[in-house]
Design a protein around this ligand. Structure first.
Ligand code: IPE
Ligand code: IPE
Ligand code: MG
Length: 233
């Protein structure tokens, strides 16, 4: 019997290295990474994965060159414009997590339009982490809870893991079962720190633009072999 994860989260890393290896601009690597996004989405649909959360742009990525940031924002806008009709056709609902107000207006508008258009779709849920940082997310949640305590509408003893979860960008979403990172880096880079508490980790050396069926199915096979114990025996 094969066990398919309900929710896969991916740190899509290695676009820059992929471009460097080929002697082309980093932006071209990101462009190729966009094609991998589409492949991953189709593979999730094929295998019955219900949630796919992609790390597309971190809070820290704002620190890259203006040239690269602009290229990434342009790509996001273009991707959403081109792919929303396909999301409709494939019954995909788009969500976004992160400090979305930080995005340039053209991206925010397109993102809102795509989320609005797909809001009644109930097949796969595609979650884009944009200007996302887990520490920033947790900080915002803590601040909001502190405000409620100060206002007297919440008692400190009523704060539970569930209360905290409900104040994160991911409120209402299931936690990831499987976290994949491409390009071999053994780190989390401020991604879903709270949500991946019991996720199975899978790191592959393959660079994100080269991530396709073979690697995706290898990750699923590895996941199926894992014994998830949640601390119990
Ligand atoms: C991942 O690829 C995409 C983003 C972070 C937006 P990188 O751009 O981090 O690629 P490397 O790590 O430099 O190879
Ligand atoms: C993580 O990759 C962010 C995304 C994939 C969007 P980075 O390339 O930015 O992370 P570090 O710098 O290797 O930690
Ligand atoms: Mg990287």
């Amino acid at each position: 019997m094969s066990v398919v994860p309900q929710h896969i989260a991916i740190i899509m890393d290695g676009n820059g290295r992929w471009a460097k290896q080929k002697g082309i601009l980093r932006a071209r690597g990101h462009e190729e990474g966009g094609r991998s996004v589409q492949r991953a989405l189709d593979l999730c649909l094929e295998h019955g994965v219900k949630w796919l959360t992609l790390y597309a742009f971190s809070t820290e990525n704002w620190g890259r060159s203006t040239l690269e940031v602009n290229a990434l924002m342009h790509l996001l806008d273009k991707y959403l414009k081109e792919r929303t009709p396909e999301m409709m056709q494939k019954n995909v609902r788009l969500h976004a997590i992160g400090e979305l107000h930080m995005l340039p207006e053209h991206c925010r508008k397109q993102l809102n339009a795509s989320m609005e258009a797909t809001k009644d779709n109930d097949g796969l849920n595609l979650v884009l982490a944009l200007s996302y940082g887990s520490r920033q997310e947790i900080t915002a949640a803590v601040r909001s809870l502190a405000e409620q305590v100060q206002a007297g509408t919440l008692q400190p003893q009523d704060i539970t893991p569930e209360t905290i979860g409900a104040h994160l960008y991911t409120a209402g979403m299931p936690d990831p079962d499987l976290l994949i990172r491409t390009s071999g880096e053994m780190r989390i880079s401020n991604y879903l720190l709270w949500q991946i508490s019991y996720a199975e980790l899978y790191v592959t050396d393959v660079l994100w633009p080269d991530f396709g069926r073979k690697e995706f199915e290898a990750a699923l096979a590895e996941f199926a072999k894992r014994e998830r114990r949640y601390g119990k025996r």
